[in-house]
Design a protein around this ligand. Structure first.
Ligand SMILES: [Zn+2]
Length: 238
C-alpha cells in the first residue's frame, strides 16, 4: 500500500480498507415473537443484565390476553429500555391463508395500532413465514425490514426485505446456537438473527420454550466473543 493510500485510509475510518475486519464480524440480533409474558418476566431481565436490547414482534389484537404481554409492558420495553417493537399482524394468521382484503386490513391496522401507542414500527416478521407475492409490495412499503422464518447466511449488502433467522427450538442446548454463531463468524456473515418465543415453560403447548439458564449461556457467549448485539432496525442500519 502506498503512503498516500495509507494516509487516506487513516483519514477515512469508514472506508472499505479500514473497516473490512470490523464489518466481517456478524452483528447479533435477538428477536422475541408473539408477546409471551415470559419474554417480559424472564428474557427481558436477562437481556438487561448483559446490557442488550432486543426486538419484539407482536400481534396487536392479542395484547393483554392471558399469558401475553400488555400494551404497558410492550411500550415500556421500547420507550424506557430502547427495545424495538415490530409488526406481526393483528392475529398471527398466515397471510397466505387469508383473503387479500382481510390480510391487507390485518397488516395496516396492526401497524396503526403500534403507531397509536407511540411506538416506531420499522420491522415486520411474517407470521408462519408465509407471504403471497401480491402482499409483498404493501409490506415493503410499510416496513423497512422484513423477517421470514428460515435460517440462511446473510452478507453485505443485506437484503432488508428478506431476512432470515434461526428459531430456537425447545430442548436445544446452548451449544446449537453457539455453533450457529461460530459458523457465522467463520463465514464472515454480516448479521445473525436468533429468535425466541416462550421462556421457562414446559409441555406440548410450548414447543419453542427456552430455559433461562440456556438463554443466559447464549448471551454470555456473545458477550465473551465481544459481538455487537442490537435490535433489528439498528443492526441493519450499521
Ligand atoms: Zn409469531
Amino acid at each position: 500500500m502506498s503512503l498516500i493510500l495509507l494516509w487516506i485510509t487513516l483519514l477515512l475510518p469508514g472506508c472499505k480498507f479500514f473497516s473490512a475486519a470490523e464489518s466481517k464480524t456478524p452483528i447479533i440480533v435477538f428477536t422475541f415473537d408473539d408477546q409471551h409474558l415470559s419474554i417480559y418476566e424472564s428474557a427481558f431481565l436477562i437481556m438487561r443484565e448483559f446490557g442488550y436490547r432486543g426486538t419484539n414482534f407482536v400481534n396487536t389484537n392479542a395484547m393483554g390476553l392471558p399469558g401475553l404481554m400488555n400494551w404497558a409492558q410492550i411500550t415500556e420495553l421500547e420507550l424506557d429500555y430502547g427495545w424495538e417493537t415490530g409488526g406481526h399482524t393483528l392475529n398471527h394468521e398466515a397471510l397466505n391463508q387469508l383473503d387479500y382484503d382481510v390480510a391487507i386490513a390485518n397488516i395496516i391496522q396492526d401497524r396503526q395500532n403500534l403507531s397509536d401507542h407511540g411506538l416506531n414500527p420499522r420491522s415486520f416478521a411474517l407470521p408462519r413465514g408465509q407471504c403471497p407475492s401480491q402482499l409483498y409490495p404493501l409490506l415493503t412499503g410499510l416496513y423497512q425490514n422484513i423477517r421470514g422464518s428460515s435460517d440462511f447466511a446473510m452478507h453485505h449488502p443485506l437484503n432488508r426485505k428478506a431476512l432470515g433467522y434461526l428459531a430456537y427450538q425447545s430442548g436445544w442446548p446452548s451449544d446449537i446456537v453457539k455453533r450457529r454463531i461460530q459458523r457465522g463468524i467463520a463465514n464472515q456473515e454480516a448479521l445473525i438473527i436468533i429468535g425466541f418465543h416462550h421462556f421457562d415453560t414446559a409441555g406440548d403447548d410450548y414447543a419453542d420454550s427456552c430455559p433461562s439458564p440456556t438463554f443466559r449461556e447464549i448471551l454470555q457467549y456473545t458477550q465473551d466473543l465481544g459481538l455487537t448485539v442490537l435490535p433489528l432496525a439498528e443492526a441493519v442500519s450499521q
